[in-house]
Design a protein around this ligand. Sequence first.
Ligand code: DAH
Length: 355
Amino acid sequence: MSDIKKIKDEFFLKLKEDLNLNQINEIKNDLFGKNGLVSSQFKKLGSVAEEERKKFASELNTVKDELQNKLVKKIQEIESKEINQKLEKEKLDITLPERPFFKGKIHPVSQAIDEISSIFSEIGFSVEEGPDIENEYNNFTALNTPDNHPARDMHDTFYLDNKKELLLRTHTSPVQIRTMLKEKPPFKIIAPGRTYRSDSDQTHAPMFHQVEGLHIDKNINMGHLKGCLDYFIKEFFEIDKIKMRFRPSHFPFTEPSAEVDIGYEIKDGKIVIGEGDKWLEILGCGMVHPNVLKNVKIDTKKYQGYAFGIGIDRLAMLKYGINDLRAFFDCDYRWLNHFGFDPLDVPTNYRGLSR
Ligand code: DAH
């Protein structure tokens, strides 16, 4: 048997074995590498007798092609075997149920703040924020609240130091001061946020929420205040007609001051806003006191305006039919699941809160 035929038979036998890619590469090298068996046969070509050379060359080429084809096939076989093994191992079982997950709900107070902010933004108010920990000046003095005012009493206010310089803000009104000190008039802002008073019963919580409103410009009057509140209440309660009354009142930071009541009645055990002959107090307001404007260096001959402070929790209770204020802050999942709101992007595979 010629050398060439021997090489072929030997390697065909070898290639029948179960080989991996490394072993195949070794075989490739043994055959076609620089000193490989096939390559050496080609080198021999020159020394073959002339009459034999043609036959030798053609036989060598045929065997070379056969071996190369065989190698390529074997490599493909191994590669596809490896892929199949990998696929088998990493198979995804899409019949498995997905892991449970819990989607939160938006708290009614957060929902109310969002709604209030978007209603006021429609008529040009922007949103300001202030810190929960305030200084005595912004919370009282700058707002024309005298030292002997009952609101300053320990029974009403959470002070954070003995000197009574720092406190948990008792209302959102100090944001008026912060805003007016920061920028120049005109101002048209609302400031929603947490407020604190030493108070707790079915309708009062030590922490509650207010939204402050402030509109300062040239020639702003009580008519603008009334129009603004009328618009807001109709939008918030989603009704066309409301009954609203301004009751004279007193706040140190406004003159004149008023409290605003809206008309309601009870129908089938539920509060209906806008009808009936009962009155519900929902906010305090007035024309900003000149002393307040002077404290923030605004020229009272040029500028004036109105301010208001609304209790957010009260509005949310009325709109969403919640009757105990304390439930807002109990952090009870079942309550939140019932009264909370779905975020806009509800996942399609949502299966509810299963706690
Ligand atoms: N800050 C007042 C309070 O907490 C509410 C209030 C009344 C705010 C009149 C105002 C206002 O801006 O003008 O009772």
